[in-house]
Design a protein around this ligand. Structure first.
Ligand SMILES: [Zn+2]
Length: 270
């Protein structure tokens, strides 16, 4: 088998199992998963075609699901908007992986200028008809912004360091980066250690699965530093486990972080 190289530290990764990965409507493919212990990063080995199939068939890109997602996520998107406004008072925002544009809508309602990036052609064209400026590719964007957001989208990119370097070029000097990531590496490690489970489907849709360690390394390597990590996610903590995990993080002074998500705020290194 070919060596898989960690996209953060360039060292060889260890073969650690497999995951069932969505590649069509209710259709899954088994893909190998690799791990870098130094960075605490899990990576799926995905071809470009597999990733594209996934991005065209996930539940959150299908037009018929838009209303359900709108109702499920609007409280959360309003919360993200208020979070951005805590750091920037009149920001120009770029939302990468904007999907149905629900965050853009929440932000625009506050009178804030926002553009999006969306690779899915159908979603992008729908947003254009609603008056939003949406780009196909982050590397084709030429404007500058005060905040760039990735809500559950950063972990899809196969080349995280290139993406972060690109964000640095697109951000104004005092701009901020907001990344919402899933936080499941601890669960994958636990299952592997306790039960020797090589089925790592628990990692979900991610191409690369980050923890605080791996995202810190990625940010530090590209000239960013973490400003804050938010573990409370209004509108997304509907199960008792979510609340308990949040409380556990608080009482352990963030030593034990088992929350389902991480909201990472970063700015340029001083
Ligand atoms: Zn690494």
């Amino acid at each position: 088998m070919d060596n898989v190289i960690c996209p953060i530290c360039n060292c060889p990764m260890t073969d650690s199992g497999y995951a069932n990965y969505l590649v069509g409507i209710k259709k899954f493919a088994r893909v190998p998963v690799f791990y870098c212990k130094a960075c605490d990063l899990f990576s799926k080995k995905l071809s470009h075609d597999l990733l594209q199939s996934h991005l065209n068939s996930a539940a959150y890109v299908l037009p018929e699901n838009e209303q359900t997602y709108y109702q499920k996520k609007m409280v959360f998107f309003n919360f993200i908007t208020s979070l951005i406004l805590r750091y920037k008072s009149h920001p120009r925002i770029l939302d990468v992986g904007c999907s149905y544009g629900h965050l853009m809508m929440a932000v625009a309602e506050e009178g804030i200028y926002v553009e999006g990036v969306e690779i899915n052609d159908t979603l992008r064209e729908r947003l254009k008809t609603k008056g939003f400026q949406v780009h196909k590719d982050l590397f084709e964007v030429s404007n500058r912004y005060d905040a760039i957001t990735f809500i559950d989208s950063f972990f899809y990119f196969q080349n995280p360091l290139d993406v972060l370097k690109r964000c640095k070029e697109l951000l104004n000097e005092d701009g901020i980066l907001l990344l919402r990531l899933t936080n499941r590496n601890w669960l994958a490690r636990l299952r592997w250690r306790l039960f020797k489970r090589s089925d790592l489907s628990v990692l979900g849709d991610t191409t690369h699965s980050y923890s605080i360690k791996s995202i810190s390394r990625s940010l530090n390597k590209t000239g960013f530093s973490i400003k804050d990590i938010h573990l409370f996610e209004k509108g997304r903590m509907k199960k008792i486990f979510h609340l308990l995990a949040y409380l556990l993080a608080v009482v352990t002074f963030k030593k034990l972080i088992l929350t389902s998500g991480l909201i990472v705020l970063a700015d340029r290194q001083a």
